[in-house]
Design a protein around this ligand. Structure first.
Ligand SMILES: [Zn+2]
Length: 458
């Protein structure tokens, strides 16, 4: 079910002959493009590649990690709740089970806890969510009027360099893994922040670091980030290649969001299955390390992969980052001098609330989508909003209820229903189905990898 049908029917009756469509906010609209977008989503699968609700619940101030207290049947302070998911017409969500790669862990424990939170959310609302482990599950959920719910790992830190752990995460339901978040792994490099690790940003803490769109860019131990971080691995190490091969064998999607271009190119060279970018936009439109360069976009038709365009303001509109980056550094320095954690939190909250950022429009997001279409082709684009993973959004595209407005913008630009269906979900489902097929073949051809990580000699 992709729209609140009962509400829709009621309002249609109330509106009588005008036959208005309801907007995400429940108001009737005469906008023909928005009406068409809303109608399209009823019969079309809309997949979003990345939503950080599990981390929002982990960090919920009133009751950390409490999926009951963070009641999705009520309006939440975050970007996501059930009413808004329904209004937005969402059919399928990769819930990010993000953990930070900064610090010293414990990574596997945090990873397991995040998977636990996501699975408990899915289980708590069985009338709304359906745990999905396959493309067939996603289509079944759509037929049942439920939101297919998949798990996606963000950064391979939780593996702790174990291929056995990778297989176990797959068994727990994880269907994509980003090779890195903002720090390198031992086997793949991440895209760099504008400032190196352990500078004045570190005192912001994990919560603030991950809110900083421009710092989603550090190497992992196994994939390199963009400059100015020094690359550690120049892409993938031999162990990183083995991780990619085993992900292919499992049929797990490889997510290259947050990876360095060297890691992107290296992975595209060796992966037998399509890759995804679960939440990235176009570097030629906004030149930040987290976006995808054109030379990588040009490789997508051969690979079959999909860039799921993110809405994060500082990745869409580079003018935002120019204001945000120094402002956050300044706020961070002030918070660092606070006498108590409470005072530091107050300084941060007030500083962020007072920030005046250049406006970002829905049209700017559409520009990224159209650039990727123009370079790679309409078969290699998807949607990956990153809701609940960032505080700054384009005007009008600021929570899970707002997807139809983006599609309305594309309709006004002349997009056909056929191309919109590819963008909203069919491209991703094609790439995932291909990954499943590759996995089936590889599992017949070779046994599980027994390769063990060996640290480099220093
Ligand atoms: Zn991210």
């Amino acid at each position: 079910m992709s729209t609140p049908c009962t509400l829709f029917a009621t309002l249609t009756l109330v509106c009588g002959l005008l036959m208005h469509t309801v907007t995400a906010q429940g108001q009737p609209t005469k906008d023909p493009a928005l009406k068409r977008a809303t109608r399209l989503l009823r019969s079309t699968i809309l997949v979003d590649g990345h939503n950080d609700l599990p981390m929002t619940i982990r960090q919920f101030k009133d009751a950390p990690r409490d999926v009951i207290a963070y009641d999705l049947r009520q309006p939440t302070k975050g970007d996501t709740d059930i009413a808004r998911l329904r209004a937005g017409g969402l059919s399928a969500q990769f819930w990010s089970v993000y953990i930070p790669g900064e610090g010293s862990g414990p990574y596997a424990r945090q990873q397991l806890e995040q998977i636990d939170i996501a699975r408990r959310v899915i289980e708590r609302y069985p009338d709304v969510f359906m745990f999905a482990r396959s493309v067939a599950d996603v289509r079944a959920a759509k037929r049942a009027g439920k939101i297919a719910s998949m798990l996606g790992m963000e950064g391979g830190y939780g593996l702790e360099n174990s291929i056995g752990a990778l297989r176990t995460y797959y068994d727990l339901g994880v269907r994509y893994m980003a090779l890195t978040h903002n720090t390198h792994t031992d086997w793949a490099d991440a895209a760099a922040p504008l400032q190196p690790r352990n500078n004045g940003l570190t005192p912001f803490g994990e919560e603030i670091v991950r809110d900083m769109a421009l710092t989603h860019n550090t190497h992992t131990d196994w994939a390199d980030a963009a400059a100015p971080l020094q690359p550690r691995n120049n892409g993938l190490t031999p162990f990183g290649e083995e991780i990619v091969r085993e992900m292919n064998r499992l049929g797990m999607l490889i997510d290259l969001s947050h990876a360095a271009p060297s890691t992107m190119a290296h992975t595209l060279h060796i992966s037998e299955a399509p890759v995804i970018f679960s939440h990235s936009s176009a570097k030629a439109v906004c030149n930040v390390p987290r976006n995808v360069p054109d030379d990588i976009l040009l490789k997508l038709p051969k690979n079959g992969g999909v860039v799921m365009v993110t809405f994060v303001s500082s990745f869409i509109n580079c003018e935002v980052g120019k204001v945000l980056q120094p402002a956050m550094a300044e706020i961070g320095l002030r918070a660092r001098s606070a006498a108590t954690p409470e005072e530091a939190a107050k300084i941060r909250a007030e500083g962020f609330a007072a920030l005046k950022l250049p406006p970002t429009s829905i049209a700017m997001v559409a520009d990224h989508i159209e650039h990727i279409r123009n370079i790679a082709g309409v078969d290699y684009i998807g949607i990956g909003g990153d809701f609940d993973g960032n505080d700054w959004w384009p005007e009008g595209l600021d929570d899970v209820s707002t997807y139809p407005k983006l599609f309305a913008e594309l309709i006004r630009r002349g997009w056909s229903d056929q191309d919109l269906k590819k963008l909203t979900g069919e491209n991703l489902l094609r790439a995932w189905a291909r990954t499943e097929k590759v996995g089936e073949r590889l599992r017949r051809e070779r046994p599980p990898s027994t390769v063990v990580y060996v640290p480099p000699k220093s």
